[in-house]
Design a binder for this molecule. Structure first.
Ligand code: GLU
Ligand code: ZN
Length: 468
């Protein structure tokens, strides 16, 4: 029997949720959902200085906004929890004790300056800068002597000789020499667990079967595999995703506003636009058009993960946002224009203008064009409106007062004036919207209150009437 798939997203709450993290969360979520498995959310908050409750709240909020729901995690604990590493100290203590008792880990009393010196010396001699093993064979007396000097020990994992091999879900077969790794720290001198230790111990304890994560963790993987093996547990299958890069080819950074989910949400980007974009960065869907959630899940395939650098392209984001608007619930878009169109008109306004709106700011731009007060026409526009002549506006006003639908209105003006083409449509649009570009006039007029049409046509008619 194949064990159920368990994936996880393991963010550190040290800043706003970033597109790179979201892509990682998304892929793990998609795979769990595709396989009918479980998706865990584990908060890696062992770095007490850089972690904050504020970042955590923002992170949870962004995940909820994206609809990436977790089966266990903060606010949804189960017997594999707690899901914050800061609350899992007892498990780490027990694992350190086991490793040390088995001789698989040992205290290291080296100070930072000594380690740095050894590192530089190794580099200068053309050797890999790994830990030289200074404390690997200390006996009880040697340890006591160093403690007496006031040194506080870190705990190092004793890397066995031999090779570490694994099959990366993205990068294929990988092979590392134990001798190149060097004994590494699993508990820092201040008592905190090292990232690669707590991360590996928790994956093992939580039964994680698949860990998709950023390429920046490749070097941790052989060490984590050794650790998990030393603890007698089964490791997840790891897959390392290519990092996301921005337009200029530089990796997206946490400080990049364009990469912050909260900032994009504040701009009005829809969650499904982001998911369609990110689902295709480092992964290829067989279908290249719009996918709803069910489609994103059904089409997700580990075999379609790729290694090429994944570019976050603003043009692509805009493309998916347009698609998302086209597919969005009317209620979502209506909320964009609440307060900027007359109450009760939101749904009709959105229905008329959906094809012309990409962001809430577009909707807010068009609301006054339909419902507001137009400024007096000046310059070129005034000249154009005046040039249409009094008969033009007489016919248009007759149609507006009669409640003509758009085609009837156009036919009425054509019948009365003989005008067609630009000579008809330009002044009509200019008179009714105050501008010469924009969404189809038929759509705008479908939502424009008749009284507004009448007063705008009257204003244009005054321009066309010669002064007495
Ligand atoms: N806390 C790590 C990070 O945010 C987790 C890495 C992993 O997914 O294993 O990069
Ligand atoms: Zn040492």
């Amino acid at each position: 029997m194949v064990p159920p798939v368990i994936t996880r997203f393991a963010p550190s709450p040290t800043g706003a949720l970033h597109l790179g993290n979201v892509r990682t969360a998304l892929f793990n979520w998609l795979y769990a959902r595709r396989q009918g498995g479980r998706f865990l959310l584990r908060i890696e908050d062992t770095d007490r200085v850089r972690s904050s409750e504020e970042s955590l709240a923002g992170l949870l909020g962004s995940l909820r906004w994206l609809g990436l729901d977790w089966d266990a995690g903060p606010g949804c604990e189960d017997d594999r929890g707690p899901y914050r590493q800061s609350a899992r100290g007892a498990l780490y203590e027990a694992s350190w004790a086991r490793l040390e008792a088995a001789g698989l880990a040992y205290p290291c009393y080296c100070r930072d300056d000594e380690l740095e010196f050894a590192r530089k010396a190794a580099l200068a001699a053309g050797r890999p800068p790994r830990y030289p093993g200074t404390c690997a064979q200390l006996d009880a007396a040697g340890r006591a002597a160093r403690l007496a000097e006031g040194r506080r020990p870190a705990l190092r994992f004793r890397v066995p000789d031999g090779t570490v091999e694994y099959l990366d879900l993205v990068r294929g077969p990988q092979r590392f020499e134990g001798a190149d790794l060097g004994d590494f720290v699993i508990r820092r001198a201040d008592g905190d667990g090292a990232f690669l230790f707590t991360n590996a111990v928790d994956d093992a304890a939580m039964g994680v079967t698949h860990a998709l994560r950023g390429e920046d963790h490749v070097a941790n993987t052989p060490r984590q595999l050794l650790l998990i093996a030393a603890l007698g547990a089964a490791p997840p299958a790891y897959g390392h995703l290519p990092l996301l890069v921005g337009a200029a080819g530089v990796p997206l950074s946490k400080r990049d506003r364009a990469g912050s989910v909260a900032a994009l949400a504040a701009d009005g980007i829809l969650p499904d636009a982001l998911l369609n974009l990110l689902g295709r960065l480092g992964h290829r869907y067989a279908h290249d058009g719009w996918l709803d959630r069910a489609g994103l899940i059904a089409g997700f395939d580990l075999g379609a993960l790729g290694r090429a650098p994944a570019h976050v392209d603003p043009t692509q984001l805009r493309h998916w946002q347009k698609e998302a608007v086209a597919h969005a619930d009317a209620g979502v878009l209506a909320s964009w224009v609440r307060g900027v169109v007359p109450p009760g008109r939101e749904a009709a306004f959105i229905a008329a203008l959906r094809a012309n709106i990409v962001l809430p700011e577009d909707a807010r731009e068009w609301a006054p064009v339909v419902y507001g007060e137009l400024p007096c026409a000046t310059g070129e526009l005034a000249t154009l409106l005046a040039g249409a002549g009094p008969a033009f506006y007489a016919a248009a006003l007759e149609g507006a007062r009669a409640g003509d639908p758009y085609p009837a209105l156009v036919a009425r003006i054509r019948g009365a004036t003989g005008k067609g083409g630009a000579a008809l449509f330009k002044p009509l649009r200019g008179a009714l919207t105050g501008r010469l570009d924009g969404p189809e006039l038929a759509q705008l007029l479908a939502v424009m209150p008749p009284a507004t049409m009448v007063s705008r046509l009257e204003a244009a008619a005054r321009l066309a009437t010669p002064a007495p």
